[in-house]
Design a protein around this ligand. Structure first.
Ligand code: CUO
Length: 645
């Protein structure tokens, strides 16, 4: 593949997401002869929700069609035709999914969704201000202190304490992207290796991270939203609009009740059906098997349960187990206008790009996660044989901020982050603006000082070891030490890497910047425009063709914020034998995304060793008996708000 071809593909990709102008009339012959019959069903201007079956089916038809086209040039021509007929949301989603799954587009990155569709990421007030400022001061240099910071709430709402976290544009971008890499409708009718398990694990880790933030902010851990006859105590006002800024996403006042949705008379979503399907899922968890459509039984595994709960097209039996997770998103999005009498846009829970902003997202996903926990509680705890690796001994582990000598204290801070939203696909062209005028919006982001793990291991033989690193808060809401039975759900994966151990003492220094859970910082639209593909570098993915290199947790959010005086976490490190964990000896991939077109590289259960019941009282009790484990308390100190507000 020559350099010039790859550069032109990158520029094609950007052009696919350029301004969405008023559509030319769709070429009738194209619709009739080329596109699958259900394409073009969702009208322009409607809000696309991948949680709605009909929308998801149309999107899947589009991306499967685009992926199936042999020649790149034909693919490109068809994307352009799709643009003329598709709903905007379906177009963005389906073209992205196709781009991520074609083999001839590898190494060319999608532009950040928060730049091409900023109205799903920034408040309407911020966008309005940014447009006005750009008109007044074209080409002005950005003085971030002069940009106002808009918020979606006030201190009267306790949940507002963590709005900065839930509304982080890159967390939301990660979530939108993850669901493109793992669409529940599958690719060409099939889901990927361990997709159901990854659905469980990626979301479980989001909840663990959010709970760590809650403990740091003095809030209780998330209560699952399980009793649907009771009011939802949390409200939320997203201050977001649709693609064109025409209507607002619905705000949800406190104490709304879930209600049946008859917005689509042919496909109603009923709370009683959700209860029925939830009970059938409990039947499956309790008995250990599903009943398939042909009445044959199928074992419940974490992977099949993930498929049933989400529910993906690999669900063992959708008639019996429903689509509890997806319909829950949809019902919660419609809770303020369930029969559509006010033609409301719906809440943010209806869109993977926006759902994480709402506190109910975490309550909903903790309810979902509890089903997985119930299943795992039925499994035997790991045995010593599963856990031990006597050939090596972890002698010491500590962390330190780079350029600092202080051990086991990590530091975070809040920073300004300014985004140019002038590449909005749906931004009205401003007749007064000169071309290339930046339209700047400011948000706050947490960040941390880069740090490293210093690990000393003695090994009696040379071997390939997987080093698994987690942290979890040490104390509960009242300052009492967390028993391992509760703490295990709070362990956050920080990194997993493979190291070739030599016989004798091994001193390992591992940088936080190469963690397997994070992805390199998103390249902005303008950086992509100027990117020289083919050059190796931190931000270059061409050397990692088998990785989902754009998929991963945002690097700036790797650490929980901690507290001013230092919040104590338990750092846990475990070494296992990679030759048995990964018989194919694959690259470790990315923890939340795996490898492209390959099996998930680690054959251990995701979340191992914390995913099963543990009969040890504390993390130190657990590690004390195993030479291949180590735990130590560390502190995360929040050094304050370095922003201009
Ligand atoms: Cu990612 Cu509920 O699955 O949002």
């Amino acid at each position: 593949m020559s350099l010039s071809i790859m550069n032109s593909k990158q520029s094609d990709c950007l052009s696919f997401f350029s301004k969405f102008e008023a559509p030319a009339p769709a070429p009738a012959a194209f619709i009739r002869e080329v596109l699958p019959t259900n394409i073009g069903r969702l009208a322009r201007g409607e809000h696309f929700s991948v949680f709605k079956r009909e929308h998801a089916e149309e999107a899947a038809s589009v991306y499967n069609f685009l992926i199936s086209i042999d020649s790149y040039d034909d693919f490109k021509a068809n994307v352009e035709k799709c643009r003329a007929v598709l709903n905007e949301g379906i177009y963005m989603y389906a073209v992205s999914v196709a781009w991520l799954h074609r083999s001839d587009t590898v190494g060319n990155l999608l532009p950040p969704s928060w730049q091409i569709n900023p109205k799903s990421y920034f408040s309407s007030e911020a966008i309005l201000h940014a447009k006005r400022a750009a008109r007044r001061r074209p080409n002005a240099l950005v003085d971030s202190a002069s940009l106002p910071l808009f918020t979606t709430g006030t201190v009267r709402d306790t949940e507002f304490k963590l709005a900065w976290w839930r509304e982080d544009i890159m967390i939301n971008g990660h979530h939108y992207h993850w669901h493109q890499v793992y669409p529940w409708m599958g690719i060409d009718g099939k889901t990927k290796d361990r997709e159901g398990e990854l659905f469980y694990y990626m979301h479980q880790q989001m909840i663990a991270r959010y709970d760590a933030e809650r403990l740091g902010a003095g809030l209780l851990r998330v209560e699952p939203y399980v009793d649907w006859s009771r009011p939802i105590q949390e409200g939320y006002n997203p201050h977001l609009t649709d693609y064109y800024g025409a209507y607002q996403f619905s705000a949800r006042p406190v104490d709304m009740f879930l209600a049946d949705s008859w917005q689509d008379p042919d496909d109603p979503s009923l709370v009683s059906q959700q209860t029925y399907h939830y009970n059938r899922l409990l039947d499956a968890v309790n008995t250990g098997h599903f009943i398939k459509a042909d009445m044959k039984s199928m074992d419940v595994t974490i992977d099949s349960l993930g498929a049933a709960v989400e529910a993906s097209i690999s669900s063992p039996n959708m008639a019996l187990y429903g689509s509890v997770h997806n319909i829950g998103h949809d019902l919660l999005a419609q809770v303020t206008d369930p029969d559509g009498r006010y033609q409301s846009a719906g809440g943010v829970m209806g869109d993977t790009a926006t759902a994480v902003r709402d506190p109910i997202f975490f309550r909903w996903h903790k309810f979902i996660d509890n089903l997985f926990v119930l299943h795992k509680l039925n499994l035997e705890p790991y045995t010593e044989k599963d856990l031990a690796l006597d050939d090596l001994n972890i002698k010491s582990v500590y962390v330190k901020v780079k350029k600092s000598e202080e051990q086991n204290v990590l530091t975070t801070r809040m920073e300004d982050f300014v985004v140019d939203i002038s590449h909005d696909m749906f931004l009205d062209p401003d007749p007064q603006a000169s071309p290339n005028t930046p339209v700047n919006v400011k948000v706050k982001q947490i960040n941390h000082d880069h740090f490293e793990y210093i690990i000393t291991i003695e090994s009696i033989k040379a071997m390939k070891a997987a080093i698994r690193i987690f942290i979890a808060p040490s104390f509960d809401e009242h300052g009492s030490p967390l028993p391992l039975s509760s703490q295990r759900r709070l362990f956050i994966e920080m990194d997993k890497f493979v190291h070739n151990l030599q016989t004798g003492t091994n001193n390992i220094t591992r940088s936080s910047t190469v963690s397997s859970v994070v992805k390199p910082t998103d390249l902005t639209y303008d950086q992509l425009k100027n990117r020289k593909v083919g050059q190796k570098g931190e931000d270059d993915c061409t050397c990692l063709a088998d990785r989902y290199c754009e998929c991963g947790w945002p690097e700036h959010m790797l650490l929980p914020r901690g507290t001013g005086s230092g919040m104590q976490f338990d750092l846990f490190v475990m070494a296992t034998d990679w030759s048995s964990d990964s018989p194919d000896n694959l690259d470790r991939g990315t923890s939340y995304c795996g490898l492209k077109n390959e099996k998930y590289p680690d054959s251990r259960s995701m979340g191992f060793p914390f995913d099963r019941k543990m009969e040890y009282k504390t993390i130190d009790d657990f590690t004390a008996g195993f030479s291949n484990m180590y735990s130590t308390p560390i502190k995360i100190k929040y050094t304050g708000d370095k922003t201009s507000h």
